[in-house]
Ligand binder design. Structure first.
Ligand code: AKB
Length: 319
């Protein structure tokens, strides 16, 4: 990897992936591309930034050609809850954007990282220690685009030798940029309320167990997979990865160890609850561990400490 673009750079993953890539490969070799959301100041100041709508294939192709890009981290996508509100737009962005990226990668010989998600599974998937290869019949538009995306990336590898790679991310927990429109977002919102000593109303019910991961582990996963020797990989686009798995009340109890005055109540959002109920409780990520050495660093306890420390400092700096 020498010349990289990151689409969706202003989003939750992009705003932490871009600085990590810049410190590894040089700030001038990493182009952050975003659309709509105003770019975080540090992305603009610390290296090149381009305004790009991923649905515009000609503009994308031009960027890749102009800057001699060899690697695309394609993060631009709608998340599960917002996709359910706008299914057609979700298809346009999630699938239209991906095929534009794969086509330009084919023409310019680029490697592609494209994240899938636990959302690629559905209610008939085995929920516990969900195998990497198993039933995938999601009942959300987000899940449909994730399964189709996994297959499309595999197709571009087998048909055109595009070096496409990807993981199925669980809910991602971070404090630098808030997520937008996901079903697992409660696991970030609760921290933001807790450090401000505000009560939190959770939109998922007690007992809703989902896979989760601290952002630092997610960033390491993306970079490690893209740096892995291709010969090591017998799977490419749909590695199960996870770091922890918990229900809202377990996270609340962990936060309460640090902030005893935190409170929670529950007001269920039926749409997001139905999405969460269709997803697994805990993935089996042994293939990622075996093929490219995946190993998360953060547990529920260490993630909670890191989130509280990070958010507290972030709030002090921004007030
Ligand atoms: C979402 O909740 O939509 C995402 C995901 C698990 O893919 N965080």
């Amino acid at each position: 990897m020498k010349k990289i673009i990151v689409t969706g750079a202003s989003g939750q993953i992009g705003s932490e992936l871009v600085p990590a890539l810049r410190s590894r490969y040089g700030a001038d070799n990493v182009w952050a591309c975003g659309h709509k959301r105003p770019p975080p100041r540090q992305l603009l100041q610390a290296g090149p930034y381009l305004n790009l709508d991923i649905r515009d294939s000609a503009a994308l192709d031009q960027v890749i050609a102009d800057h001699k890009i060899d690697t695309i981290f394609h993060l631009a996508a709608l998340l599960s809850a917002v996709a359910e509100e706008k299914p057609q737009l979700a298809w346009e962005i999630n699938m239209g954007g991906l095929i534009n990226v794969l086509e330009t990668a084919r023409r310019h010989n680029c490697a592609v990282f494209h994240p899938s998600s636990i959302g690629a599974f559905g209610p008939t998937t085995p929920p516990d220690l969900t195998p990497q290869v198993t039933i995938q019949r999601p009942n959300t538009i987000y899940g449909v685009t994730k399964v189709a995306g996994e297959l499309l990336c595999d197709y571009y590898f087998s048909r055109f030798r595009v070096d496409s790679r990807g993981v199925r991310f669980p809910g991602l927990i971070s404090y630098k940029t808030p997520p937008g429109g996901g079903t697992t977002d409660y696991a970030v919102e609760i921290f933001r309320a807790a450090v401000q000593h505000k009560p939190y109303t959770c939109f998922l019910k007690k007992g809703t167990v989902l896979d989760m991961m601290y952002m630092e582990d997610a960033i390491n996963a993306a970079i490690t997979l893209m740096e892995a020797d291709s010969g090591q990989l017998s799977t490419r686009n749909a590695f199960n990865i996870t770091a922890m798995s918990f229900a809202p009340e377990e996270l609340f109890n962990e936060i309460r160890k640090h902030l005893p005055d935190v409170t929670i109540d529950y007001e269920i959002d039926p749409i997001r609850q139905a999405i969460a109920d269709s997803w697994p409780n805990r993935l089996d990520d042994s293939e990622a561990r075996r093929q490219w050495g995946w190993q998360p660093k953060y547990t529920l306890a260490t993630m909670t400490s890191a989130m509280i420390a990070g958010l507290t400092q972030h709030n002090q700096e921004n007030n």
